[in-house]
Design a protein around this ligand. Structure first.
Ligand SMILES: *Cc1c(COP(=O)(O)O)cnc(C)c1O
Length: 394
C-alpha cells in the first residue's frame, strides 16, 4: 500500500502498487496482449457498460499502461493520468478535449517546435484559433483571452530559451476567466515542479525526455483531475487512438524509479556547466534558471525546487560560429531530444524550431547563435572540457 507520508523518491520506486499479486514479480509485467477474454457474455456486456471494471482491449486500457498511469498520477498529485504513444499525441488529445471548432486557446509563444507546428498546420483546418503571446507578461496573457477562449497553454521552463512562466499567475487569470490552465512540465518533471498544486488543471509531458530518461522511448502522459481526465479517456483516447504500447509503458515505469537520482545529477551538472559558460569569453549569454543572472531566477525559485539540466547559450558570432562549435564537440552528441543520460547539443534555429518563420524566431528569442544543451549525467569535468575545447574553434 502506498502511504501519503512517503517522499518523492520512495513513491517513484514503490508507487505503482508493488509486486505482481499472482507471481510476486517485482517489476510490473509487460502485458503484451491486444485483447482480454470475457468470463461470459454478461461479463462482456458489463465491461462495455462500465458496470464491471476490467480490461477489454489495449486501445482502451492495458494493465502495464494502467500501472504507469497510477504512478504518474501519484507523482504529479493529480487524480488520474493517461499515457500516450508520444508527447504530441498527449498534447493534441488534450487540445481536442478542451476545445471545439469555432473556439480558441491562448498559448505562450516560446514552446516546443512540434507544438508550434501543430498550432499552425492542424488547428486552422479544424477552425480552432490559437493566439501565441509573450506569457512572461501576464497582462498580455489576460488581454488575449476572449469569450471563445477555452484554455491557456504554457510551457515552463520553455523550449529552447529556458524562459520561465508564472504558473500561479496564469492559474489565477485562467480561473477568474472561467477557463482551464494546461502546463507542459517536460523540462522540470514532477520532481522539481508540480503545476497541479499551483492551480493548473492539466499537466502534459513528453515522457520521451526525463521520465524515460534513457533516450530509448517516445511517449507522452497527461495528468489531471477526475472529471476532465474521464472525458479525455472516454471521448478522445479511445477514438483518436494515440495509446502507448505495453513495452514502452514498462520502460517508463523503469525510468521513473531512477527519476529523482538522475534529476539530482542533471541539476548538479547543469549548474556547473552553466557557471562555466557564464564566465567564458566566447559566450555572450547563458540561460539557466539556477543562475542569479537569469531574469526570472526568483520566479523559478518560487515554483521549482531545483533547475534541471537544460541550458541555452548564445555564442559570440552567428550561424557559422555556431556550426563550428557543433562540429567540434567530441563527447556531446549532436541530436534533438533531451533528458537523456548522454549530453545532447542542438542548434534550434536550423533544426528543432525551423517551423518558426525568421521573424517569429527573433521575436521569440531563438537567435541564430543560440545553442541548446541537455546536460547529461556524465562526469561534469568531461562535459566542461569538451565544451571548452570546442569553443576554442571560434
Ligand atoms: C519533446 C517535447 C514535446 C513533444 O514530445 P514527443 O514525445 O516528441 O512527441 C512536447 N513538449 C516538450 C517541451 C518537448 O520537449
Amino acid at each position: 500500500m502506498v502511504k501519503k507520508s512517503w517522499g518523492f523518491a520512495t513513491l517513484a520506486v514503490h508507487g505503482s502498487g508493488g509486486h505482481d499479486p499472482q507471481t510476486g514479480a517485482i517489476s510490473v509485467p509487460i502485458y503484451q496482449s491486444s485483447t482480454f477474454a470475457f468470463k461470459n457474455s454478461q461479463h462482456g456486456t458489463d465491461l462495455f457498460s462500465g458496470k464491471a471494471e476490467g480490461y477489454i482491449y489495449s486501445r482502451i486500457s492495458n494493465p502495464t499502461q494502467a500501472a504507469l498511469e497510477r504512478e504518474m498520477a501519484f507523482l504529479e498529485e493529480g487524480d488520474e493520468a493517461i499515457a500516450f504513444g508520444s508527447g504530441m499525441a498527449a498534447i493534441s488529445t488534450c487540445i481536442f478535449t478542451l476545445c471545439r471548432s469555432g473556439e480558441n486557446f491562448v498559448s505562450s509563444r516560446t514552446i516546443y517546435g512540434g507544438t508550434h507546428a501543430l498550432y499552425i498546420k492542424v488547428m486552422p483546418r479544424l477552425n480552432i484559433g490559437v493566439t501565441e503571446v509573450d506569457a512572461t507578461d501576464l497582462n498580455k496573457v489576460e488581454d488575449a483571452i476572449n469569450d471563445k477562449t477555452r484554455f491557456l497553454f504554457i510551457e515552463t521552463p520553455a523550449n529552447p530559451t529556458i524562459e520561465i512562466i508564472d504558473i500561479r499567475g496564469c492559474a489565477e487569470i485562467a480561473h477568474r476567466k472561467g477557463i482551464k490552465l494546461v502546463v507542459d512540465n517536460t523540462f522540470a518533471t514532477p520532481y522539481y515542479q508540480k503545476p497541479l498544486t499551483m492551480g493548473a488543471d492539466v499537466v502534459v509531458h513528453s515522457a520521451t525526455k526525463y521520465i524515460g530518461g534513457h533516450g530509448d522511448t517516445v511517449a507522452g502522459i497527461n495528468i489531471g483531475f477526475k472529471e476532465l481526465m474521464t472525458e479525455m479517456r472516454k471521448q478522445n483516447l479511445q477514438d483518436l487512438g494515440g495509446i502507448i504500447s505495453p513495452f514502452n509503458a514498462w520502460l517508463l515505469l523503469r525510468g521513473l524509479k531512477t527519476l529523482p537520482v538522475r534529476m539530482d545529477r542533471h541539476s548538479e551538472n547543469g549548474m556547473r556547466v552553466a557557471q562555466f559558460l557564464a564566465f567564458h569569453p566566447k559566450i555572450e549569454r547563458v540561460w539557466y534558471p539556477g543562475l542569479r543572472i537569469h531574469p526570472q531566477h526568483e520566479l523559478a525559485k518560487s515554483q521549482m525546487t531545483n533547475f534541471g539540466g537544460m541550458i541555452a547559450f548564445e555564442i559570440k558570432g552567428g550561424i557559422e560560429e555556431g556550426k563550428r562549435v557543433m562540429d567540434n564537440v567530441e563527447l556531446c552528441t549532436l541530436a534533438v531530444s533531451l533528458g537523456d543520460c548522454d549530453t545532447l547539443i542542438v542548434h534550434p534555429a536550423s533544426t528543432t524550431h525551423s517551423s518558426y518563420s525568421p521573424e517569429e524566431m527573433l521575436a521569440n528569442g531563438i537567435k541564430p547563435n543560440l545553442i541548446r544543451l541537455s546536460v547529461g549525467i556524465e562526469d561534469v569535468t568531461d562535459i566542461i572540457e569538451d565544451l571548452s575545447q570546442a569553443l576554442k574553434h571560434i
